[in-house]
Design a protein around this ligand. Structure first.
Ligand code: ADP
Ligand code: GLC
Length: 468
């Protein structure tokens, strides 16, 4: 069975968030199954991975995007060390950028990517068994396969769409239709939602099956999906919630080369302390106090707007009896407020930016990981933290609901229902009580490290879905 994953991110080539982690791991684990050949196709980026690796040009052609004729090149990575074949689609001016997102003309960028991939596959007469599309950036591909004249060779190919984040749907005006490959005009309704082209809605309508990255999130979409609630209910017969896993070849505290001190369940208490000591020394924190950490994008869906309040109030209310460390970037208001508190409070450390290496070191050092998410389709941070012996303190939503159970119900984490500063601080107080009972804290660390979030089971579920 030949599967092509289409995605704008893939670790270690280009990563903005969890989408990259999933697309960098899922195909690798799928390829462990007999008879499965999963590959990844993504845009070309100006990234170190790309300049450090060798590629063969396997396709060189042209597409028409409205009146513009664009060159499309497909490059295949030569060394094949990722555990799957990697293909990069390069379109000068559109798909040759430094980063996946943040450009004014992203509609053209993502249309160009989908058009380029399908043009290459059709022109070279490559007919996959499954095209697996990830998020709205590739959400129009299932429609295009079926209804664009140019890709008639691909008609009937099975398509799967995975919703990693329904907050982003990629809506655009119908003006953009003239930049798409020409399609059967009678089928326009399959792209439309409320008078706009909505790629995520189109993915739900046109794919043979669609998935969310947890069962909990799927249930939430039925009642809260930015206007697509009725659509997802109507199409619920082809909906499947499949929880993400973690790539234990990358995220393993015993072997992770990004850690100062590696550890297993046997020596976690001693080694974690050493990691904590290093990080506290570097950031001017006090290693004898509990360390709460937040890692992530400063977006309201992550509850990042609550962070300044949480930092200020928790430090004041505990009379400075805890440390908080934040790694992330995003909303400038949040960044500035946190910078101010970084100067004000010696118990608080801030690192603005995206730092893969530091994130691993934080998971291995912190006592608690804070996730006050309002929306969390799956969430990988809590799973990494658990694997690294850090107790998750998380809101009860989406994938967090499916992966973290509260200590009061026999679980090894701390939940709070409403992501507001009061509830988060109450949850932090509960965490402090746990921290002060050495035996209990050590048991929780062990219990968290024992959870099995390996990809194998979920990779098999996707394969079963393809087979069906
Ligand atoms: P999302 O994809 O919504 O941002 P996830 O929990 O699925 O959330 O995945 C986030 C991923 O990005 C994790 O691998 C996390 O460690 C990583 N990450 C987020 N922010 C940063 C940062 N500032 N520096 C390093 N890694 C980060
Ligand atoms: C999205 C979601 C996150 C999920 C990730 C990978 O970025 O916000 O919750 O873990 O995709 O599926």
């Amino acid at each position: 069975m030949i599967i092509y994953h289409l995605s704008t991110e893939c670790y270690p080539v280009a990563k903005v968030g969890g989408l990259a982690d999933v697309v960098g791991a899922l195909p690798k684990y799928q390829n462990k199954s007999k008879g499965v050949d999963a590959k990844v196709v993504m845009p070309w980026y100006n990234k170190p991975f790309v300049s450090d690796h060798k590629f063969d040009i396997v396709f060189d052609g042209f597409i028409h995007q409205g009146p513009n004729m664009l060159q499309v090149q497909v490059l295949k990575e030569k060394s094949d060390t990722l555990g799957f074949e990697l293909y990069l689609v390069r379109i000068p001016g559109l798909l040759d950028r430094d980063n996946p997102y943040g450009y004014q003309d992203e509609n053209f960028q993502f249309l160009g990517f989908q058009h380029g991939v399908l043009h290459w596959l059709s022109a070279m007469e490559i007919r996959p068994d499954v095209l697996h599309c990830h998020d709205y950036h590739t959400g129009l591909a299932p429609f295009m396969v079926e209804h664009c004249h140019e890709f008639s060779f691909l008609k009937g190919v099975k398509t799967i769409g995975t919703i990693h984040n329904g907050e982003y749907q990629g809506m655009m005006s119908w003006e953009m239709a003239r930049y798409m490959p020409s399609f059967d005009p009678y089928k326009w309704g399959l792209m439309d939602w409320n008078g706009l082209i909505n790629p995520l809605a189109s993915m739900i309508k046109c794919s043979h099956a669609f998935t969310t990255v947890s069962q909990g999130y799927l249930e939430e979409l039925f009642v809260n999906f930015k206007g697509l609630e009725n659509l997802v209910r109507y199409e619920s017969g082809k909906a499947h919630g499949i929880i993400n896993g973690i790539d234990t070849e990358v995220w393993n505290p015993e072997t992770d080369p990004m850690l100062d001190f590696n550890f297993s369940q046997q020596d976690v208490i001693v080694q974690k302390k050493k990691n904590k000591q290093n990080i506290c020394k570097e950031y001017g924190l006090r290693p004898e106090l509990p360390l709460f950490a937040f890692i992530g994008r400063f977006a309201t869906e992550k509850g990042a707007d609550l962070l300044p309040d949480i930092v200020q109030r928790s430090i004041k209310q505990s009379f400075g009896a805890l440390n908080i460390m934040i790694l992330g970037s995003g909303n400038p208001y949040i960044e500035n407020k946190l910078k101010e508190y970084d100067y004000t409070y010696s118990n608080f450390a801030l690192d603005l930016g995206y730092k893969e290496h530091l994130s691993h070191q934080i998971y291995a050092s912190a006592d608690f990981l804070l996730m006050p998410s309002r929306v969390e389709p799956c969430g990988l941070n809590q799973m990494y933290s658990m694997k690294y012996g850090t107790v998750p303190v998380v809101s009860y939503t989406g994938g967090l609901r499916d992966t973290v159970k509260d200590i009061s119900t026999g679980g090894a984490g701390i939940n709070f229902t409403y992501p507001g500063a009061d509830d988060v601080i109450h949850a932090m107080n509960r965490a402090l009580m746990v921290y002060n009972q050495k035996g209990l804290m050590e048991n929780l660390i062990q219990a968290n490290m024992s959870f099995d979030f390996a990809w194998e089971k979920s990779a098999e579920k996707y394969i079963a879905l393809y087979m069906s």
